[in-house]
Write a protein that binds this ligand. Structure first.
Ligand code: LMR
Length: 395
């Protein structure tokens, strides 16, 4: 029977990750998949995570089921981390889910079930996996313009113009911070203009926040999602612990719902629980248990925040150094935008042929749309300069 299935390829990011692993060259450079790397090119387990895992091994006394919604303490901590200590918890509910992708999928199911006729608007461009995840959930998709490749900035007027024509009740997927793949975020003023249009059009936000702590800081990066919770009556949020806790393979995330009132929030959570039960039944425990231990222990939490901040600062300094190297090598300011962008990614204005040439000739792995993982940039200034030279050569 399987002969009836269509041939399938992994998505562009995963395909690149596999091609990199198979490349025998010692001097290859991975700027592909969004995984943080330290100055040695490693992705170590964060210290607070390692310590919490040690404690878990010591004192965990059962592996009995937790339940479809996961741990209440983890969920409460995630609400506080994303929406702040002052959030109106009477209207907020949270489910522990397998990663940010798991959150996106179960929330899509919830939204499609609540409002089947609604269109979900995605930024153009967006994280490539948004489209298959939301499509698998049965969502009708459309896109709003977002990015001007030549300036590296958000095309906010075009975005507002498109959203002002969306139908009442439509849903808008917004990257809470550190836009993937562009690294271009809205300013506070621009966010406020987006909220105004959404309010007047009756649009609902679906926020994807996978990089909290990688842009301006853990609290600062939550500004938009918190402001949205104040400005708009309802919202759903897909949050991830993959990047900021480095828990990638453990699959830890949170699906958060803000209802108009407590009864509607409860109704949404009960529906989410049913969706989860009929899908994967219950989330994995280990990673969420570890994140919960970190977040509920003052010393571990302080240690985690410090390490996360050091990662953020390192990426920011790599941005500045890379923009500088490119300015020198290309004798132009066309890549200056990299220095001011946020989070793990920037999108270089390169053609598919230029990207292909960098991979085959220089062993430099860049996603096909020009996205680079800033954390993968070489720490060594001679190597960084060589990379800038290679890029200048293909232009
Ligand atoms: C990325 O964008 O590279 C990450 O979110 C990893 C992934 O699953 O695509």
């Amino acid at each position: 029977m399987f002969e009836t299935l269509p041939a399938k390829q992994p998505d562009a990011i995963l395909k690149l990750m596999m091609a990199f692993r198979e490349d025998p060259r010692a001097d290859k450079l991975d700027l592909g998949v969004g995984v943080y790397k330290d100055e040695n090119g490693a992705t170590p387990v964060m210290k607070a995570v390692k310590s919490a895992e040690g404690k878990l091994l010591q004192d965990q006394d059962t592996k009995a089921y937790v339940g479809p919604l996961g741990s209440p303490a983890f969920n409460q901590q995630m609400i506080t981390t994303v929406l702040g200590a002052d959030a109106d918890t009477t209207r907020l509910r949270c489910a522990q889910v397998p990663g940010g992708s798991g959150a996106l999928r179960v929330l899509t199911d919830l939204l499609v079930s609540a409002r089947p006729a609604a269109t979900i608007w995605l930024s153009d461009p967006t994280w490539p996996n948004h489209i298959p995840i939301l499509t698998a959930g049965g969502a009708k998709l459309s896109s709003y313009p977002y990015f001007d490749a030549s300036s590296g900035k958000v095309t906010v007027d075009a975005m507002l113009e498109t959203l002002s024509k969306a139908a009442k009740g439509d849903i808008v997927l917004l990257h809470g911070c550190c836009h993937n793949p562009t690294g271009a975020d809205l300013t506070h003023e621009q966010w406020t203009a987006v909220f105004d249009v959404m309010k007047s059009q009756g649009l609902m936000p679906f926020v994807d926040i996978a990089y909290q702590g990688f842009g301006d800081g853990l609290e600062q990066d939550a500004w938009a999602v918190r402001a949205m919770a104040d400005a708009l009556p309802e919202m759903v949020v897909a949050a991830s612990c993959s990047k900021n806790f480095g828990l990638y393979r453990e699959r830890v995330g949170a699906a958060i719902v803000l209802g108009r009132n407590a009864a509607e929030a409860d109704r949404a959570l009960a529906n989410l629980s049913t969706i989860i039960r009929s899908n994967y039944s219950m989330p994995p425990d280990h990673g969420a248990n570890v994140a919960e231990r970190v977040l509920t222990d003052d010393a571990l939490s302080a240690d985690w925040r410090d390490e996360l901040e050091a990662m953020r600062v390192r990426m920011q300094s790599l941005r500045a150094k890379f923009a500088d190297a490119l300015r020198k090598r290309t004798n132009s300011d066309r890549f200056d935008f990299i220095a001011g962008q946020k989070g793990m990614f920037s999108r270089l204005p390169l053609t598919p042929e230029q990207i292909e040439s960098l991979r085959t000739e220089n062993g430099v792995y860049i996603v096909g749309d020009g996205r680079i993982n800033v954390a993968g940039l070489p720490n060594d200034s001679a190597e960084l300069d060589q990379l800038a030279e290679n890029i200048a050569a293909v232009l």
